[in-house]
Design a protein around this ligand. Sequence first.
Ligand code: FEO
Ligand code: CA
Ligand code: CA
Ligand code: CA
Length: 688
Amino acid sequence: DTTVTVQPAVLGFTAVPKSLADVVSVPEGYAVTVLYRLGDPIASSVAAYANDGTDVNFAQRAGDHHDGMSYFGLAATGNTPDANSSSRGLLVMNHENITESYLHPNGPTNLANGPRPAAEAIKEIEAHGVSVIEVSRSTAGAWTYNQASALNRRITPNTPMSFSGPARGTPVLRTRQSPDGTTGRGTINNCANGTMPWHTYLTCEENWAGYFRRANGDVAARVAAGRGKENASLARYGIGPSSSAAGRLGNYLWSTATPTDASSTVFARWNANVVADAPTDGTGDFSHEPFQLGWVVEIDPFDPASTPRKRTALGRMNHEGCEIGRTIAGVKPAFYMGDDAQNEYLYKFVSATPWSAADANATNRLSIGDRYLDSGTLYVAKLNADGSGQWLPLVFGQNGLTASNATYPFADQADVLVNTRLAADVLGATRMDRPEWTAVNPATGEMYLTLTNNSSRTTTGTNAVDAANPRAYTDPKVDGRGPSTGNVNGHVIRLREAGDTSEATSFTWDIYAFGAGSDLDPTNINLSGLDATNDFSSPDGLWFGLNSNATGQGTPVMWIQTDDGSYTDVTNCMMLAAIPGRVGDGGTRSVTSTLNGTATVTTRIGKAPGATLRRFLVGPKQCEITGIHSTPDGRSVFVNIQHPGEGGSPTAISSSWPASQAGTVATPSRPRSATIVITKTDGGLIGL
Ligand code: FEO
Ligand code: CA
Ligand code: CA
Ligand code: CA
């Protein structure tokens, strides 16, 4: 719909300076409340968190590394959705990973080679996953979570799940835990999210591959078992042969723990090796477990007894997030997704079913999910140098996705979806600088995508700069955490669908903003003319707010969050507010890179953001800012502070946040990932 009248809102706060302080800073006139911290109990019987490494039972406590998050309004009582409620709701969030050093009294035991103690491994596993918590605002305006709510739930890597969509029951999903390949266990490394208009939550499995152990000899073992085809897939997803003689050990070495119950599969499942005397269909061992991860999972937060569904139609990758675009009656909705690894792709799924507004109020929420998320077309993006682009369909039997493909013979649509990356390679999609979050401007339908950074971008070969990924340079101020060469600071790209419809198969694109220090070369690095009020690096979280101005009109605020990167020598990670323009509001620009040679490309760049992009928040030491949502009235914004002090240890605590939020702490206290609520002291709209 191009007839929407866009009345631009205006940012209404003074920029927060860059900072290295151990505190969350927000503009004058705003308040920060710490709401839900690592270890906080979510059942009335669970003790308060001691925060000294002795706590147990993370299946009933907040997990670690809070990430993507959605607020769902609740009616005043009971468990019924109320999309207009800004005073009681369910807050659903991901717990992506762990800072293992702070979870145990003296840090992790035997992390180098194992065996890991079972109690430590259980704690680490259960600290991953998803939280559902009931939150409410008092009449005085204070936000709290309800520790005793019957709606509270933890979903962990051990929670039963079902598969749906075209790959349900496909042979490669069969494991000892799921002999027919229709069920699975749990979810892990849940990064960003999606908020569905029918009141469900999508959680996305990102860096799942690293958790698996695999011996180098497993390549030959699969060939011997007649399963050699699986090797190409495992390698493409990062579980191929290792340079280490021992093969891949797996993050945290959980498979080395010995269970107290010999029948338990909780630890053994993280060893992906083929077992020699097990059936070759995978039903006797855990050799197919890696194929059970890498999916988008739908959760009904209003029904704590519901079984989450893995939506295979959306493909398998390092799923960063999955946000739905505009919903227009009679038009098939689109879901935009990044695959976050170097030189991976941007995807779009278009439902087979046109949108029906009545579905937003249905009570069979996961069945509505079946309607929109189980059948449709998955596309991958190709971005051309002239500012045009195509969505290439990942459909079995088309464009080389056939049984006779020389690189990888595809058997059927399930095989295409399980091996989304291999299929996208065949189609010649554009290799991007680490696709992270997507967000759609509700006023225009234009999609934004963060490309966080890429240390392997260079001037020659397969990873050579191109119009959509045009920079490769050396960081003049290396701090040792982010990349020091390549696309060091990242950028935000955006696209406009042909005809402004989610069903389009072509689009135009430009680059909204390039990350850079404001003091860097304005000709080839600081291309967006960033200044001290808005310079940033490594954009990651991205979200359009739910309200725009007092009359509800205009372009809402777009929020940009940053992750580590190469600017942490100057400032902790941050969140910025933007009122973006439109695709094509700038022009073309010639960019010269001089890394490993010289290459000049012409790119498409939006109008310099200037005062329409402004730093709103800076986080505490060694954190990442990720995850944002708000109440529907736009007056309470929830933000996650992930892994503060992640570089420290129990004997060298490197951040005391959130204890430090109240002021200087007398004794260092272990840092905790946490959700904060931002409100304006005059009760107004956040950012405006
Ligand atoms: Fe979990 Fe790509 O960030
Ligand atoms: Ca991220
Ligand atoms: Ca990131
Ligand atoms: Ca992170």
